[in-house]
Design a protein around this ligand. Structure first.
Ligand code: 2NL
Length: 341
């Protein structure tokens, strides 16, 4: 009788050990616990029902065996509970050694920084900002600006036409023509915005780029105003710097002049960036052509004006020593995040 009981106890211990080892989840383990140690139908309870059939001496031995097996089962349930917990933590517990996620900070694009600085400098001396459409008519983009009808810029090869008469503006000058039509002088405005040319995207050209133009029209405006204002601008923008004006040509200004500042890299001694000249060209300018004033309905005997145009991307390239304009226009965060302000 006792041998039979001890065998059954031994078999229960082996079954219990297998059940607990096989449990893959906390739920498996809970059902194993119920099956083995459950108070009503548990296997251990069932085994203990045979105890009264034994003699008191045998019962002592058998009871000790039951206690031993019960402790063994409880112990392995406990250690399995712990090992299942560690396994599930392996996939879900926060890794405290992982670097923290950086807070996303927006930044201004270098071309935007340059445009806003230019606006700030001109705002102090009475200029306001004017905006206009990027799709323009041939008249506002070329005709009103004194381009002769056979000018090469009007060719399909140089300008992006949307229809026979509508094109993507090649400069922001049309904004100034529209302002001249709608407001009586004195006028002092800046016209920033994107412009389009039919160019290949290479190190120094982009098919779309930012431009900023400015002009001042009033009675008695002369080339002195142009030189003084643009020299003031150059000194505010680049810090104290020498400047020079060179004769140039644009259909919409007469006379016309290009403005250079001291090379920002070598400060005038000559280097690769300024092709050994010591100077960098930053803008084109001139006295507004009387034909432009007349085309906009302004009395060109009474009023005169000066104007300038520059490319903020080119200015950003000079200022930050950026070798390729594409870096400013292809939205690569590895580059932009180095300059973002
Ligand atoms: C350049 C040169 C320039 C202007 C733009 C202008 C506008 C009107 C009348 C007269 Cl409505 N002039 N703008 C004048 C001279 C030069 O731009 O190199 N731009 C990137």
């Amino acid at each position: 009788m006792l041998d039979q009981f001890l065998q059954a106890a031994e078999a229960l211990g082996a079954r219990a050990s297998a059940l607990i080892t096989e449990a893959a989840t906390a739920a498996d383990l809970e059902s194993a616990r119920n099956r083995l140690l459950g108070r009503k139908n548990g296997e251990l309870v069932a085994l203990m029902k045979d105890l009264p059939r034994l003699s008191p001496d045998e019962r002592k031995t058998a009871g000790a065996a039951v206690n031993r097996i019960k402790s063994a089962i409880e112990e392995s349930l406990l250690s399995k509970t712990a090992s299942l917990a560690v396994e599930s933590e392996g996939t879900s517990r926060t890794d405290l050694t992982m670097p923290s996620r950086q807070r996303w900070k927006g930044g201004r694009h270098p071309v935007t920084v340059v445009i806003e600085e230019i606006q700030d400098i001109f705002r102090e001396i009475g200029f306001t900002v004017a905006l206009g459409p990027e799709a323009e008519t041939e008249w506002y983009n070329f005709g009103a600006l004194n381009f002769p009808s056979d000018h090469p810029a009007m060719d399909m090869h140089d300008t992006l036409y949307l229809t026979d008469d509508v094109l993507l503006r090649t400069h922001t000058s049309p904004v100034q023509v529209r302002t001249l039509e709608q407001h009586a002088p004195p006028i002092r405005i800046l016209a920033p915005g994107n412009v389009y040319r039919r160019d290949f995207f290479d190190a120094s050209h982009a098919p779309m780029f930012a431009q900023i133009e400015g002009f001042s029209v009033d009675e008695g405006i002369s080339f002195v105003d142009l030189k003084a204002t643009l020299t003031h601008f150059a000194n505010r923008f680049f810090g104290k710097t020498r400047t020079r004006f060179r004769p140039s040509f644009f259909p919409f200004t007469e006379p016309s002049a290009e403005m250079d500042v001291e090379c920002q890299i070598c400060h005038g001694s000559g280097c690769a960036s300024c092709k050994q000249t010591g100077w960098m060209e930053i803008l084109g300018s001139g006295m507004v052509h009387p034909n432009v004033l007349r085309a906009a309905g302004v009395d060109s005997e009474r009023y005169t004006g000066w104007a300038f145009g520059m490319g903020p991307a080119r200015i950003a390239m000079l200022r930050y020593a950026i070798p390729d304009i594409r870096l400013l226009y292809d939205s690569d965060m590895r580059f932009l995040s180095q300059l973002a302000e």
